[in-house]
Design a binder for this molecule. Structure first.
Ligand code: PEP
Length: 255
């Protein structure tokens, strides 16, 4: 069975103290209320990583993700954080290719490939984000577009590397907008992504790859989305900033 994952992306929210409080609340709620096989990932700002990783170290099912990393293991890159540094905090995942990084920091396929490969080499599992903009969806070319995003980066990995990757399909028009893809729209494109993985890497690897949906996931829509056969969980932005709402989303994953 594929891994089921609900990951929160705190983005650039929460002071240090607020972040620790949020992580502690989520850890308690998950411990008390979540009994299935779902893995919960807290995608925190860099400054929280080490402390949150320690906080959740003894808690089953919870791990920690960075939201970005530099592709080098070390070097004179003032202000950057390396893959090795991220891994040394106890984080197991790193979110890469988020549409906000692609849009505001001009991260393209070549850079993302180098980050994905560096993360894997440092023992981190990439949560690789992709998804179309509103214009592409309106033109009806979203399937080709996401196939291209898969090919440009993930086809360059070895099968052993690909086996460590989690994909997050996040239609850009649904991120932080309150708009959500319908369960049928999301299922259709998740199936396209899985097929694209199968075409290059074979069916076994495609069937084992978790593909998360992201874009205004809330407790009220999570159950229907997560019930789709090719949706293996969620990447949650705004709703991950409240422990009750986020835990209810985790509980919507029937695993
Ligand atoms: C995200 O940032 O990855 C995201 C999906 O945000 P939101 O849930 O707020 O739409």
């Amino acid at each position: 069975m594929r891994k089921k994952i609900v990951a929160g992306n705190w983005k650039m929210f929460k002071t240090y103290a607020q972040g620790l409080e949020l992580a502690s609340e989520v850890a308690h709620m998950v411990q008390d209320e979540v009994h299935g096989q779902v893995e919960v990932v807290l995608g925190t700002p860099y400054i929280h990583l080490y402390a949150v990783a320690r906080q959740v170290a003894g808690v089953a099912r919870i791990s920690v993700a960075a939201q970005n990393c530099h592709q080098a293991t070390e070097g004179a890159y003032t202000g950057e954080v390396s893959v090795t540094q991220v891994a040394s905090t106890g984080a197991q995942y790193v979110i890469l290719g988020h549409s906000e990084r692609r849009q505001y920091f001009a991260e393209g396929a070549a850079l993302l490939l180098s980050k994905v490969q560096a993360a894997l080499a440092a023992g981190l599992k990439p949560i690789f984000c992709l998804g179309e903009t509103q214009d592409i969806r309106e033109a009806g070319t979203q399937d080709d577009f996401v196939r291209g995003q898969v090919a440009d980066v993930l086809y360059k990995l070895t099968p052993a590397e690909m086996a460590q990757v989690v994909i997050a399909y996040e239609p850009v028009w649904a991120i932080g907008t309150g708009l959500t893809a319908t369960p049928a729209q999301a299922q259709d494109i998740h199936a396209v992504i899985r097929k694209a993985i199968a075409t290059h890497f074979g069916d076994e690897l495609a069937q084992a790859t978790p593909i998360l949906y992201g874009g205004s996931v809330k407790a009220s829509n999570a159950e229907e989305l997560f019930a789709q056969p090719d949706i293996d969980g969620g990447l949650v932005g705004g709703a991950s900033l409240q422990s009750r709402e986020f835990t209810n989303i985790v509980k919507a994953m029937r695993a």
